[in-house]
Design a protein around this ligand. Structure first.
Ligand code: CA
Length: 370
């Protein structure tokens, strides 16, 4: 039971002292014992105890993959904020496996419907029994993920942190609104996307994470993004995976120039632009980790690559910023993210900022410093 005993000080496990106090008393009877107090673990860095952390190079790159320290600075960021359930991120995708133990606690819940009556639109929002969000692909109230993509993105944003289990997301605590419009096949309709964005706007999301796109433009889609902007909602979107110059051939919605849009390229663990990533000196704002990203799917833990995986890193950092300072506007959050990027040679001329996402300096509201 004695953990360490430097000369005359005895440190015992805390559990011993929480039980009968006679242990403490008896130890104190020895004349050589000056005092007895519980031992404690001293943490310099707020490091979560989730076992898979060392595999998440995008958050904390230990050098196991690529370049040590080539990450978003999550560890230092977590000293400032680890997120807040009050921040709502709408994941507009293939749905979310809200039964996953790493996600269940961080799901957005429509409490009016949870505590309401089955078959009744309790909150009068036009949707009946929309507890977790809505499925705009199958037009029903269950946005459970039968593909995997939306769950993977959600894990990066907000797998529950410091729960001693599985993964940790960028934001340890957050509320993920599940909006499905892509069905089992991974495809969906424009009308479904517009309806999902409008639902998130109506229900007061802070951030929308959009790991999808099309090369044709749509007035209806752009207007939905504008309505989100008018409502003060940040709109993070994937730049696309076709190695294209988005200045010439933009993927939408990432390519819309509405003020709330952040277009995200994918970087690898060595600080390079991912070979597949779209880019654009005038149209893609920054890069974020998007190669071999471990996250959760309905089948278990899987590593996926794509600007789809980069986008939720940015949405997660935006969630940390809103959690840290709820008075920030969506455009202030965007500015902080863009001003704090880590400049990298491979991203110069390929992105507007020439850099990679950095959570630490975004939270400090400073330019990146090595
Ligand atoms: Ca409802």
């Amino acid at each position: 039971s004695v953990v360490s005993a430097p000369s005359h000080i005895i440190l015992v496990q805390k559990s011993i002292l929480e039980r009968p106090s006679h242990v403490q008393k008896e130890l104190s009877l020895f004349t050589e014992v000056e005092y007895v107090e519980p031992n404690q673990i001293i943490t310099l860095r707020k490091t979560p105890n989730d076992p898979e952390l060392s595999e998440l190079w995008g958050l904390v790159n230990t050098g196991k993959s690529g370049t040590k320290g080539m990450d978003i600075g999550a560890e230092a960021a977590w000293d400032i904020s680890t997120g807040d359930k009050k921040v709502v991120v709408a994941v507009i995708d293939t749905g979310v496996d809200y039964t996953q133990p790493d996600l269940a606690d961080n799901m957005w819940i429509n409490s009016a419907e949870l505590n309401g009556q089955p078959g009744v639109d309790d909150d009068n929002n036009g949707f009946i029994d929309d507890v977790y969000g809505w499925d705009f692909g199958n037009m029903d109230n269950d946005p459970l993920d039968d593909h995997g993509h939306g769950t993977h993105c959600s894990g990066t944003i907000g797998a529950k942190g410091n729960d001693g289990f599985g993964l940790v997301g960028v934001s340890w605590d957050v509320s993920i609104m599940a909006l499905k419009f892509l069905t089992r096949s991974g495809s969906g309709t424009l009308a479904g996307a517009v309806a999902a964005i409008d639902y998130a706007t109506q229900m007061g999301a802070d951030i929308m994470s959009n790991s999808w796109g099309a090369y044709s433009t749509s007035k209806a889609l752009e207007e939905a993004v504008q309505r989100a902007d008018d409502a003060g909602i940040l709109f993070v979107a994937a730049a696309g995976n076709e190695s294209r110059n988005g200045d010439l051939q933009p993927l939408y919605p990432a390519g819309y120039r509405e003020p709330n849009v952040i277009s995200v390229a994918a970087s690898n663990s060595s600080g390079g632009l991912a070979y597949f990533s779209n880019y654009g000196e005038q149209s893609v704002h920054l890069a974020a980790p998007g190669v071999d990203i471990l996250s959760v799917t309905p089948k278990g833990y899987e590593s996926w690559s794509g600007t789809s995986m980069a986008t939720p890193h940015v949405a997660g950092v935006a969630a940390l910023l809103f959690a840290h300072n709820s008075a920030l506007t969506h455009l202030e959050v965007k500015d902080r993210i863009l001003n704090a990027v880590r400049p990298l040679p491979a991203l110069k001329g390929k992105t507007i900022t020439g850099g990679m996402l950095n959570a630490h300096f975004a939270l400090k509201n400073q330019k990146y410093q090595p």
